[in-house]
Ligand binder design. Sequence first.
Ligand SMILES: Nc1ncnc2c1ncn2[C@@H]1O[C@H](COP(=O)(O)OP(=O)(O)O)[C@@H](O)[C@H]1O
Ligand SMILES: [Mg+2]
Length: 355
Amino acid sequence: MAWVRGDQLQNGKYTIERELKTGRFGVNYIAKNRQDDLLLLKTLDVNSLTSLSESDKERLETMFMKEAVKLTLCQHEHIVKFYEPFKEAGYSCLVMEYIPGETLDQLGKISPEQALIYIQQIGAALTIVHEHNLIHGDIQPENIILRAGKSEAVLIDFDLVLDFDHELTTRRSKESDESFASLELCTRNTKPTVASDIYSLAATFYYAITGQVPETALKRKIDNKRLIPPQELISGISNELNLAILKGMELEAKNRPESIELWLKLLNSNSQNANAVNQNANAEDKNTNAVNQNANAEDHKNNGTKNKTTVSWDKRMQILTLVIAGIAAFGGLLQGIASWNSQTTAPPNPTSTKK
Ligand SMILES: Nc1ncnc2c1ncn2[C@@H]1O[C@H](COP(=O)(O)OP(=O)(O)O)[C@@H](O)[C@H]1O
Ligand SMILES: [Mg+2]
């Protein structure tokens, strides 16, 4: 039986909006609460797991509920908010917040700087998960949502039945899932640990910056396939970043950093180097700016002097023009007087000359 739009659960506390996707152990639904907030409802449908014995089904359900309760205690801005587990109509359910946005997988290849921000956010979230003695168990680009309109990565899809030592837990649902799973997650009778999450997060980082899924741990182990270092696939990443990814993806768990904090330190040393380079570059920029400002100030001063010179030169020109105009006017005046003088003096009398 599957729920359809309008179905009410928990006496009307939740209303089904639509089916999202069938997961490994059950269907995911988008639902609403009474305040119309969008929620995600994850279900465990043991009856669809026909290969399981009744006692295994029971064990699986108990584990789902126990892990779900623990998850409600894991609160962090980069972990999906878990609200409550409940059981209804034979399904074990877990209610969580619905996060609008794209998954890291849908985004594809991104810049190493942006990827580093998201990976550090998920790393910080994982420290909280590990403090609660939980293992995520299925870290991969598909299980990291980037909150719409924000630069925030959020971890979803915790493997609630990770310790269930049935073949279902080692059989990954898609081939690409295997690219992010450590050796111990793919082989039976090996317990996933903190180091398994480190491997998957490092592999997720690998995918985010190269746009390519890394070689699977199984093929590396069995077929002796080589994990191509990210530096061979893309240019512009530092040696430190390249090494931090490879260290996190060591085939044997014992060779990986012991905690997510230690792995983050490897990444941080790289980002600190990058910051130092940026700070130097900024300092250089500041120096250049200071030099430019001084140059501008000099220019300003020179302009001031230039202006003064121009002003005094202009003044001189004006005075000269006035002087010339004055001389011209004076000349005109003299001429005027001369001609007036010649008119007032009695002209020679022709008759007298004839005299
Ligand atoms: N809380 C959530 N908010 C928004 N989308 C989600 C949420 N949880 C899951 N999804 C979407 O549903 C897809 C499948 O859900 P997931 O929990 O990863 O189940 P599966 O076990 O099938 O991988 C995710 O890749 C994501 O696109
Ligand atoms: Mg998933």
